[in-house]
Design a protein around this ligand. Structure first.
Ligand code: FAD
Length: 504
C-alpha cells in the first residue's frame, strides 16, 4: 500500500527555531496543517542575533522581504567578524564573507600573500578583501554586478537582528498564512505504546495536541527528542570547554559597525553585535577557568555603551543530539545540539535542518532510510562546523593563560588535525563535500589570522617577484578605491531600511 504524505505537523516551541520552521514549511508546503505550541511563561532563549549570508536564501525561500525584516527587527548588516586578541593580545583580523582578491591562474590570493610575507611585508591579508576593508571603514552596500570584474560584485553579507523581534516578525507572517498558535505549557508527552511514536502532547490546561510529525523546537529542554524519546547527547566539551555565557544589551554608539566583534578574554571570548537600537554583548566562558562573578564583571567592564539590564546567564553543553530525527520527532534548533556562537552558526543549522526535512519529508509510514539519511547529513554538518570552531582555539600564540594554554595544547579531532597539517605544509585547502559550510576563504582568513605558520604553495615561487608585487598592489588599490565609493553603513540603513525608533 502506498502511504500518503504527512499532513499535520506540530511544532513544539516558538523561539527562532520554531518560527523559522513554521515560516518555511507554511510557505513551501501550504497544504500541510501546522500547529505551533509555545509558552510565554517559559519564554525563549532570546540570544542568537548574528547570522551568516545563507540566511538570505532562507528569507527568499520563506517569501520574506529582507528590508521588511531589517526594519521589523532593528537589524544592521554584517560583512564579517573581527577577531580581536585571538592570535595574541592586541592582534586583530577580520573573517570577511565574500571573496579575497583575485586568482593568478589557479593560485589563490592567500598563496601570493604568503609568498610575499615570506620575504617582506604585504600588509594584513584583510587589505585584499573588499568585505574586510569596507568593514574597517564602516561602509556598506549591496553587491552590484553592474561593473563585471569589480570586487563590488563579490560583496557578501548577513544580518545582526534582535532575536525576540525576529521571532515576533516570523510569527506574524506565519499566522497570516494559517499557522495555528497554541499558548500553553506542555506537561506531558504521550507515545503510542512502549517505544512508539509520539501521539500527543498535554498542556497544563489539560488540552491535548496531536500530530503526525512533531518538530521539537523546545530549545535546550529538548522535551520530545531527549525527554520523551530518550535520544542521547554527544558531549564535545573536551574540545570546546566554554559552557556558560553572560549576555547584556547596552546603548548603541557611533559608528554603527557592519561586523560582529569577538574579543578574546582570559577564559573565553566576548561578542559585540551592533543593532539599530542597541548593542548586544555577551561573554562566552569556561566555568573551569573563570568564576561566574569574574565573568559578569569582565563583561560589564568592557561595554561600549551603558548597560540596559543586568547580565543574564545561559548555561550550555557543547555537542549534538545523537539522532536529530527519531520515530516521528525531528529536533531543530537548540534541541538538536549546540555549538558556541563564535561563527554565528546556530541559526544556520536551523535553516539547513528545515531544508533537509523538506527534502526528506516523510510519508505517514516514516521510512527508516529517510531518517538515517537525515541523521547522517546532520552529523556531518555539526562535525564540520565543530572543527572550524575548534581551529580558532587550537591555532593561537596566546601563552601563559590557563584557558588558552589548555586549548592550544589539546588534541583535536583527526579530521581537523589533517586539515591543519595540509595547510601548514602548503597553505592548500580542499572542501570535503558540497555540504561543508565554511569554504576556502573562511578557513584561510581564520588560519592565517590566528597565526598558523603556513608555507606557501611551491608553485607560487614560479611567479617573478616584480610581477607578483604589481599584481598584489593592483588588487589592494582597486579594493581601496571601491571601498571609498561605498556609503557609510548607518547612512545606508537610514536611506533604505531604518527601523522605527523604540526604546532599547
Ligand atoms: P528557544 O529560543 O529556547 O525556544 C524554545 C521554545 O520552546 C520557547 O518558545 C519555549 O517557550 C518553548 N518551550 C520549552 N519548553 C516548553 C514547554 N514545556 N511547553 C511549551 N513550550 C515550551 N545563534 C546564532 O546563529 N547566532 C548567534 O549570534 C548566537 N548567539 C548565541 C549566544 C548564546 C549565549 C547562546 C546560548 C546561543 C546563541 N545562538 C546563536 C543560538 C541561538 O540562540 C539559537 O539557535 C536560537 O535562538 C534557537 O533557539 P531555539 O528556538 O531552539 O530555543
Amino acid at each position: 500500500m502506498i502511504e500518503g504524505p504527512v499532513r499535520s505537523v506540530t511544532i513544539v516551541g516558538g523561539g527562532t527555531a520554531g518560527w523559522m520552521t513554521a515560516a518555511l514549511l507554511s510557505q513551501l508546503l501550504p497544504s500541510v496543517a501546522i500547529t505551533l505550541v509555545e509558552s510565554e511563561e517559559i519564554g525563549i532563549i532570546g540570544v542568537g542575533e548574528a547570522t551568516i549570508p545563507a540566511l538570505r536564501t532562507y528569507l527568499t525561500l520563506a517569501g520574506i522581504d529582507e528590508l521588511d525584516m531589517v526594519r521589523a527587527t532593528q537589524a544592521s548588516f554584517k560583512l564579517g567578524i573581527e577577531f580581536v586578541g585571538w592570535r595574541a593580545p592586541g592582534s586583530s583580523y577580520i573573517h570577511g564573507f565574500g571573496k579575497i582578491g583575485r586568482d593568478m591562474a589557479w593560485l589563490h590570493t592567500h598563496q601570493l600573500w604568503l609568498r610575499m610575507a615570506a620575504s617582506g611585508d604585504p600588509g594584513p591579508l584583510d587589505r585584499y578583501a573588499l568585505n574586510c576593508v569596507a568593514a574597517r571603514r564602516n561602509k556598506f552596500c549591496f553587491p552590484s554586478g553592474d561593473n563585471p570584474g569589480s570586487p563590488m560584485a563579490d560583496i557578501d553579507y548577513a544580518y545582526h537582528f534582535d532575536a525576540s523581534l525576529f521571532a515576533a516578525f516570523l510569527r506574524k507572517q506565519c499566522e497570516e498564512r494559517g499557522v495555528k498558535r497554541v499558548e500553553g505549557r506542555i506537561v506531558d508527552v504521550v507515545r503510542d505504546g512502549a517505544g512508539g511514536k509520539v501521539a500527543h502532547v498535554v498542556l497544563a490546561s489539560g488540552m491535548t495536541i496531536g500530530g503526525e510529525l512533531f518538530i521539537d523546537c523546545s530549545g535546550m529542554r529538548a522535551l520530545l527528542i531527549g525527554g520523551a524519546l530518550g535520544v542521547g547527547y554527544e558531549d564535545w566539551s573536551q574540545w570546546l570547554p566554554c559552557d556558560r555565557a553572560y549576555a547584556v544589551p547596552c546603548t548603541g554608539v557611533s559608528p554603527l559597525t557592519p561586523y560582529t566583534r569577538s574579543t578574546a578574554r582570559a577564559a573565553g571570548w566576548q561578542w559585540r553585535i551592533p543593532l539599530q537600537h542597541r548593542i548586544g554583548n555577551g561573554y562566552v566562558y569556561s566555568s573551569k577557568f573563570a568564576s561566574d562573578d569574574d565573568a559578569a564583571r569582565t563583561l560589564l567592564a568592557n561595554l561600549d555603551g551603558t548597560p540596559l539590564a543586568d547580565p543574564r546567564q545561559v548555561r550550555f553543553a557543547p555537542g549534538r543530539r545523537m539522532q536529530a530525527w527519531s520515530a516521528n520527532v525531528v529536533a531543530i534548533g537548540l534541541s538538536s545540539g549546540f555549538l558556541e556562537p563564535l561563527e554565528s552558526t546556530s541559526i544556520h543549522l536551523i535553516q539547513t535542518g528545515i531544508l533537509r526535512l523538506i527534502s526528506l519529508f516523510p510519508g505517514r509510514g516514516f521510512n527508516s532510510a529517510d531518517i538515517a539519511e537525515y541523521n547522517r547529513q546532520s552529523r556531518f554538518e555539526f562535525e564540520d562546523v565543530r572543527d572550524f570552531i575548534i581551529a580558532h582555539y587550537k591555532v593561537t600564540d596566546r601563552v601563559g593563560e590557563p584557558f588558552w594554554d589548555y586549548v592550544r595544547d589539546m588534541p583535536v579531532p583527526d579530521s581537523l588535525a589533517e586539515r591543519l597539517d595540509l595547510f601548514r605544509s602548503s597553505a592548500r585547502f580542499f572542501v570535503h563535500g558540497k555540504a561543508e559550510l565554511f569554504r576556502e576563504e573562511s578557513w584561510v582568513q581564520v588560519l592565517i589570522g590566528q597565526g598558523l605558520a603556513a608555507r606557501h604553495d611551491p608553485v607560487a615561487d614560479l611567479v617573478p617577484e616584480e610581477a607578483l608585487a604589481e599584481f598584489m598592489a593592483d588588487i589592494a588599490e582597486v579594493i581601496d578605491e571601491v571601498a571609498d565609493t561605498m556609503p557609510d553603513h548607518a547612512a545606508f540603513i537610514a536611506q533604505h531600511c531604518a527601523a522605527p525608533s523604540i526604546p532599547a
